[in-house]
Design a protein around this ligand. Structure first.
Ligand code: FAD
Ligand code: EPU
Length: 338
């Protein structure tokens, strides 16, 4: 059941070569509980793997890597206006989106083409083109690693924020998400606020817009900027968009009047990390075989399948440039292991 010394290169989209001390694939709850209990007995840490599209492996992992293949989609409740859809943690995210499109359910269309699995979606509250997971999230089920008990978390309990949840904070590494339940609309409810999305859908009258129309436009925008992981290894945005104070924003805005910025009220102003990185001269540039993408400077790519150390070296150099140029700190978005 546990395979020793297993190379995780095919299981992370940056295609970094690193070994897990042990590897297991689990397809049902009893086998997951079995591996969790073994990890507890052997005092080994766990690395939970969905699609591996938001992790950076900087060294071998000294514990058990578990590929979560918990599958299944189930309509758990339906009213005239809504459906509650449960998906196993191992369900591919984009296939789940397509399933909803084929049933004309509204809610996931803006989140089309995000790589990875349903179980990871709550971890960083995935978001794109004006929608975040929290907007459609109902509840999730998770196994507590220390006890093996199943616990249900509703939306409030997950403490979702921008690329954030309780599972990255206070409950980090304490739970394994086994399923998520989403509340989706059967009646039209679209979010077309992102400028390029609004422009792409301009020709379609609002009354005849379908979730599939929105998804098609989102996919086209994504394909124009973001490299497909099968072609160029990457982990999407490598940094979060930074939140700065209104005072720092006023100062920066005076010297950079075209700088994109998004007012977050009392919380401050969010800047576009991709713009900062491009201005710092890194777009299409890199070191050690690792590059900031030529069409989207926020995406770090690893075409030569360099090591995690090389990836972090470029990330550090980019951060230093941005601090020197703008006085703004960037925070890495994917989870860095071990
Ligand atoms: P993994 O990389 O396998 O895991 C990520 C983290 O979650 C790890 O710490 C892992 O241990 C943990 N984890 C995974 N599954 C579970 C589970 N069941 N229970 C507990 N912990 C778990 N993200 C966005 O938000 N918006 C985007 O637009 C977006 N675009 C992307 C584009 C590209 C080209 C790429 C490569 C990535 C993009 N991402 C985006 C990031 C990534 O796709 C998401 O974060 C996604 O949810 C990760 O899913 P995964 O299954 O690959 O997670
Ligand atoms: N920009 C540049 N140069 C670049 C990249 C971006 O000037 O090289 C500018 C753009 O012109 C735009 C602004 O920066 O004015 C924002 O760019 P974009 O709309 O492409 O989005 P982003 O902020 O770079 C975020 C998410 C993406 C998500 C998109 C769409 C984060 C960290 N990233 O990117 O999520 O798909 O918005 O909503 O919030 C991910 O998390 O992995 C991810 C890909």
């Amino acid at each position: 059941m546990l395979t020793p010394n297993y190379n995780l290169q095919p299981f992370n989209t940056l295609s970094i070569s690193a070994q897990a001390k042990f590897f297991a694939t689990v397809s049902n709850l009893p086998s997951l509980l079995d591996v969790v209990s073994t990890a507890r007995k052997k005092k080994l840490p766990l690395l939970l793997l969905g699609g591996g599209s938001n992790i950076v492996l900087t060294d071998n992992f000294p514990g058990i890597a578990i590929k979560l293949n918990l599958m299944g989609r189930e309509l758990v409740k339906e009213t005239d206006e809504c459906v509650w859809l449960r998906a196993g943690a191992g369900e591919n995210w984009h296939e789940l989106v397509n399933h909803c499109l084929s049933h004309h359910y509204w809610g996931l269309e803006n989140l089309s083409l995000i790589p990875g699995c349903a179980g990871a979606a709550p971890i960083q509250n995935i978001g794109a083109y004006g929608v975040e997971l929290k907007d459609v999230f109902y509840e999730l089920e998770a196994v507590q690693i220390s006890t093996g008990d199943t616990v249900v978390f509703n939306k409030d309990a997950c403490q979702f924020g921008y690329r954030d949840s309780i599972f990255k904070g206070r409950l980090k590494d304490q739970f394994i998400i086994t399923s998520i339940t989403l509340k989706l609309c059967k009646t039209p409810k679209h979010t077309v606020v992102y400028p390029a999305l609004a422009a792409a859908l301009k020709a379609i009258p609002e009354a005849s817009l379908t979730p599939a129309d929105v998804s098609t436009a989102v996919c086209a925008i994504r394909r124009s900027k973001l490299p497909a992981v099968e072609e160029i290894p990457n982990a999407g945005s490598f940094f979060k968009n930074p939140l700065i104070s209104h005072a720092l924003y006023s100062t920066l805005q005076r010297s950079h009047p075209t700088m994109p910025a998004y007012d977050q009220g009392a919380a401050g102003v969010k800047l576009a990390a991709g713009w900062l990185i491009e201005q710092a001269g890194w777009k299409g540039k890199g070191m050690g075989g690792v590059l900031m993408h030529k069409h989207q400077a926020l995406v770090l790519t690893n075409p030569k399948r360099a090591s995690g150390a090389a990836v972090l070296k470029l990330a550090q150099a980019v951060c230093t440039s941005v601090v020197e140029r703008f006085g703004v700190e960037l925070e890495i978005e994917p989870r860095v292991y071990p």
